[in-house]
Design a protein around this ligand. Structure first.
Ligand code: URA
Length: 216
C-alpha cells in the first residue's frame, strides 16, 4: 500500500539524517535522502547533493534541478510523479566526487529505497549511479540504451550538470529523455506478457470408451 511505502521511505530518511557511517555528514547542513512519489514508476538516481540541495535537504533543487524539471516537463511528467534519489545522501565537500567507501556506506539506503518503491524504470543520471548497473559502461557510448532485467529497465542518462557544462550533449539528453516513456511502456508490456497465463489449458479429453475386447 502507498501509505506503507511512504512510511518505509520516511523511516529510511530518518536513518539517513542520523547517519554517521562515513565522513560525509561532517560540515553539511542537511542530509538529502531523496524525494518524490512512493509509488513512482520511474526513479532517477543522481550522484550526490551540492550546495542548494544541502541547504534545503532536497535533491536536484539547484541549476541541475531546474534542468531536470525542464526535461521532465518535456515529457509531461511532474516531479511528484517520480522519485529522485542520489548515490550519496550528504554533500561531498567542495562538490568533489564521492569516494568508493562513501558510496558503499550509503548503498544500503539506496538499495532499500529501490526495494520499497520497486520502480519499473531506474534512470541513472551520470556515471556514479550508472556504475551500479553498467560497471564497465562508458556514458558517452551507452546513454539512452536501456537494459531490461528482472522486470525492470535500467536507463543510463547523462548527468544534468554535465549537459549544462557541455551544451553539445543537450540534444542527446533530450532525445534520451523523450524515449523514457517508451522504455516504461516496454517494461509494462513485458510484465503483462509474463503474467498472462499461457494458452488456455486443453480441455480434458473424455475418457475413451472401453473397447470391447474381441474374444474371437
Ligand atoms: N546533482 C546530483 O547528482 N544530485 C543532486 O541532488 C543535485 C545535483
Amino acid at each position: 500500500m502507498v501509505e506503507d511505502r511512504a512510511a518505509a521511505l520516511a523511516a529510511i530518511a530518518d536513518e539517513v539524517r542520523a547517519c554517521r557511517l562515513c565522513r560525509l555528514y561532517e560540515g553539511t547542513t542537511n542530509a538529502v535522502p531523496g524525494a518524490g512519489s512512493p509509488d513512482a514508476q520511474i526513479m532517477f538516481i543522481g550522484e550526490g547533493p551540492v550546495f542548494h540541495e544541502d541547504r534545503l535537504g532536497l535533491p536536484f533543487v539547484g541549476r541541475s534541478g531546474d534542468y531536470l524539471n525542464y526535461l521532465l516537463n518535456l515529457i509531461g511528467l511532474k516531479r511528484e510523479q517520480v522519485f529522485i534519489a542520489n548515490v550519496v545522501k550528504h554533500r561531498p565537500p567542495d562538490n568533489r566526487d564521492p569516494l568508493p567507501d562513501e558510496i558503499l556506506a550509503c548503498k544500503p539506503y539506496l538499495d532499500r529505497q529501490i526495494a520499497v518503491i520497486n520502480p519499473l524504470v531506474i534512470a541513472t543520471l551520470g556515471r556514479f549511479s550508472m556504475a551500479r548497473y553498467f560497471p564497465n559502461g562508458k556514458i558517452t557510448q551507452i546513454h539512452g540504451q536501456p537494459k531490461f532485467e528482472d522486470g525492470r529497465a535500467y536507463y543510463p542518462l547523462f548527468h544534468p550538470a554535465a549537459v549544462l557544462r557541455n551544451p553539445d550533449l543537450r540534444r542527446g539528453m533530450e532525445e534520451d529523455f523523450k524515449r523514457l516513456l517508451e522504455v516504461l511502456e516496454q517494461v509494462k508490456q513485458q510484465r503483462a506478457a509474463q503474467t498472462k497465463p499461457d494458452a488456455a489449458p486443453a480441455e480434458p479429453k473424455p475418457p475413451e470408451k472401453p473397447t470391447q475386447l474381441r474374444l474371437f
